[in-house]
Design a protein around this ligand. Sequence first.
Ligand SMILES: Cc1cc2nc3c(=O)[nH]c(=O)nc-3n(C[C@H](O)[C@H](O)[C@H](O)COP(=O)(O)OP(=O)(O)OC[C@H]3O[C@@H](n4cnc5c(N)ncnc54)[C@H](O)[C@@H]3O)c2cc1C
Length: 411
Amino acid sequence: MSQEVIDPQRRPDAKWFEGGRAIPVASGCAYSDVGLSSGGVGLSTKRLTRFAAASWSTGVVRVEAGMTLAELERVALAKGWFPPVVPGTGRVTIGGAVAGDVHGKNHHAHGAFGDHVLAIWLFRSDHRCEVRVERGLPLFHATVGGLGLTGLITKVELQLKRAPGQLMESDHVPFSNIQDYFALDAASSDWEFRVAWVDCGTGSGPGIFTRSNWSPHDRPRRAAQALTLPGPLPFSVVGPASSWAFNRFYLAAGRARGRRLERCDQVLHPLDGVAGWNGLYGRSGFRQYQCVVPPQSRAAIGEIVESIAKSGLASPLTVLKTFGERNPSGLLSFCRPGVTLAVDFPNLNESVDRLFSRLDDIVEAAGGALYPSKDARIPERLLWAGFPDLSAFKAFRDPGLSSDFSRRYGL
Ligand SMILES: Cc1cc2nc3c(=O)[nH]c(=O)nc-3n(C[C@H](O)[C@H](O)[C@H](O)COP(=O)(O)OP(=O)(O)OC[C@H]3O[C@@H](n4cnc5c(N)ncnc54)[C@H](O)[C@@H]3O)c2cc1C
């Protein structure tokens, strides 16, 4: 069933919320159905792209919810500021970043996106007007990570962080197994951004650990020409053999790397430099599995990597990060103390479902959670176990809004 997408700015008198099946939609970077309402109405924030206010002496900005992070980064960087937390793509909007309470590569240092939000302007179907919701109010903490279910976010006030320039110093360090990753991560407390790419083709999980800091050197560099891939291809070129070859090549290249200066967008949004990368998975696309397990159960990450290797379903994109010891801002925030692993697989056949079920068992036994923005098939028991505040969250729901995600779980 399709979803009509409307621009609430152009049709202010429209009865968007009737039937309770409207849902805010932004850039559509969520991999799951949190921004889909089959047979309902998508409330697009495409035209909400302006600065409402900005103080470049304090770094406090008030921006409309449809502005992309890439745009905010561009303007803020020119004034010596930067959003403290950004996810892997700059295409995400400010509203989407709040609604998903997204994380970046520096959770241990600066938490998640919602930790830097001072106030939210929300349009709710039951209030029929825009209300300002400040940090500390219960509705604020339901809206951060609330997946668009507490109202349409129209504006966000955000505290930016000082940034010396557009360059970062990165250090790329190969490691031979998951234990080595944990040791490297623990020894890298001086580095703000930390992430590892893991080769899941072998059970031990060798990979490359990348740690980066803002650099005081600011020799302006031109943005690299984005590489554009054809696509979507009629078939997936990402399979066990090509993933295996890619992983061997990437590992070998990593050994030669070491330290170097890189532009911040190359470090923070690497896939944005390859337009159409997802077309390589063919018309059936790909699926991502992202979990987080608590620190005391981090051995589960080794079990997951081993299970993936045994399945024969190789993945060219497996990302490992360690979250810091910080309590989340949102009732439904995914980030929590622990280790998170995200793995992409071509959407080929039921062998992917079988593997995901095996991984679910490991995550459940570890007391972990799956990321609702990434996964449209989270088993109900795992959702409720991973998000114990779901019942409390229900009290803040906007009755005019729902998504395929919320209806599946009776939220
Ligand atoms: C290449 C890539 C890399 C990614 N890397 C990361 C990462 O490193 N870390 C991470 O946490 N996530 C990551 N993501 C996921 C992405 O950051 C989140 O899913 C984010 O919420 C998507 O934002 P969006 O603006 O595209 O919103 P959409 O995908 O359109 O919507 C996502 C959710 O936000 C709600 N929403 C959007 N706008 C509003 C609004 N104005 N008011 C109320 N609700 C709203 C929608 O209803 C929906 O529930 C990545 C995604 C991609 C494609």
